[in-house]
Write a protein that binds this ligand. Structure first.
Ligand code: GLA
Length: 397
């Protein structure tokens, strides 16, 4: 499980990356001794020129973060989205583990609207698009049957954020969500900072912050669709998944939690021992029927102290890429790509076929504003929302 060093990426491959990065490319040279490790071909970053547009009186662009191991992430300020995430596989080949489109136009017009997005104000569902706060009822946009999903008709992933590259490996994005946007109270100032580091692992950390001028509810997450064998490279059902959760929140047929926390023991929801994602997916289980597969929130086991806690690990069966998800959040939505249907053209001419990606959305539980027993998602004026999630990549041979 030692991470293969990528320090000696060849001059040719490095040059390709720089060309692909367009204006946003850093000119960092790969660190290390280029004589010791053979050059590895691999996935390239998208063409930054195809991400230039103007919307909401702002310019969209593609920003590239790199670390000293030559791992890289491409992020657009349209929805603060992860477009590409390149990490080495067990052979040292750079592999793009994040599904995405190759141009801004596709992010705007294709039916799948959540690839890589920051989801807000509320990740996942709020029943019937209603909730009460301080005795007042708020009505939200309903965009998933009778329910509100992922912030509504035009959530945070469909707005242009202000971006500031702080250094080669850090990008800060800010967005002001106006009072009453999608029905939510309060002007909410949100900040998301992506940092790609490369010390003990290639790690993408996401720090979230927000303040409001009226009491509101908030549940930010990132909706990257991962395939650890490389985006568009077939089923994820053979990926090995561990979820650090003794319990989950079962749902009704519209995917709203019943309010109970049920044990996973003895069910297809038990991933306490790593298991292939698809090993029990066809089990005769009502919850799997409701979700059309896995589309459930897991209650993460109690934090051992403060800071980031291990929520999940996933291993690509072909690539050996091993991803650890660490978070401060109390829950994680495991979505197994059940609604994917091949209808969206991915980067490099790949397809988004059924269950060829998974999402691990760190979050508070769905419908918390209507479930007083769930951890609160309320943010008050004067308070500060602050949470972090980290995706760490190594390899297992
Ligand atoms: C979440 C939801 C799913 C689906 C996906 C996006 O994970 O729980 O039901 O909406 O996002 O397609």
């Amino acid at each position: 499980m030692k991470m293969r060093s990528f320090a000696s990426f060849s001059c040719i491959a490095a040059a390709c990356l720089l060309v692909a990065c367009g204006n946003n490319a850093t000119t960092d040279k790969p660190a290390g001794d280029s004589a010791t490790i053979a050059p590895a071909a691999g996935a390239a970053l998208p063409d930054a020129n195809l991400f230039k547009d103007s919307m909401e009186s702002k310019m969209t662009a593609l920003y590239i973060l790199k670390n000293k191991n030559n791992a890289s992430v491409a992020i657009t300020n349209y929805g603060a989205r992860v477009v590409s995430l390149l990490v080495p596989d067990k052979n040292g080949t750079l592999t793009d583990v994040a599904l995405g489109y190759d141009s801004i136009g596709k992010y705007i017009h294709q039916p799948e609207t959540y690839f890589g997005a920051i989801v807000g104000r509320y990740g996942n569902r709020i029943a019937k698009g209603k909730f009460k706060l301080d005795g007042k009822e708020y009505k939200l946009a309903t965009n998933n049957g009778a329910n509100h999903l992922h912030g509504g008709l035009k959530g945070f992933g469909a707005h242009v954020w202000d971006a500031k590259k702080l250094n080669d490996s850090t990008l800060e994005l800010t967005y002001l969500s106006q009072d009453q946007e999608e029905g939510y109270p309060g002007n909410l100032q949100a900040k998301v900072t992506y940092t790609l580091s490369g010390d003990s692992a290639n790690s993408l950390k996401i720090d979230y912050e927000a303040t409001t001028d009226k009491a509101t509810v908030l549940n930010l997450t990132n909706h990257t669709y991962f395939n650890l064998n490389g985006q568009g490279s077939g089923t994820i059902n053979n990926h090995l998944l561990f979820l650090n959760a003794d319990r989950y929140t079962p749902v009704d047929s519209t995917l709203i939690p019943t309010g109970k926390l049920e044990p996973v023991a003895g069910t297809p929801f038990d991933f306490l021992q790593p298991a292939a994602v698809g090993s029990r997916i066809d089990a005769n289980n009502e919850q799997l029927k409701f979700g059309k597969g896995y589309d459930h929130n897991f209650v993460l086991n109690a934090n051992k102290g403060s800071g980031l806690n291990l929520a999940a690990t996933v291993q690509g069966d072909q690539s050996g890429i091993f991803m650890e998800v660490l978070t401060m959040e109390p829950g994680i939505q495991f979505y197994g790509g059940n609604f994917m249907n091949g209808g969206n053209p991915l980067k490099g001419g790949k397809k988004d076929d059924h269950r060829t990606a998974f999402c691990l959305e760190t979050q508070h539980y769905p419908d918390s504003p209507n479930e007083p027993s769930f951890p609160s998602t309320e943010l008050k004026p004067g308070g500060k929302y602050k949470t972090s999630t980290e995706y760490r990549f190594t390899v297992k041979k």
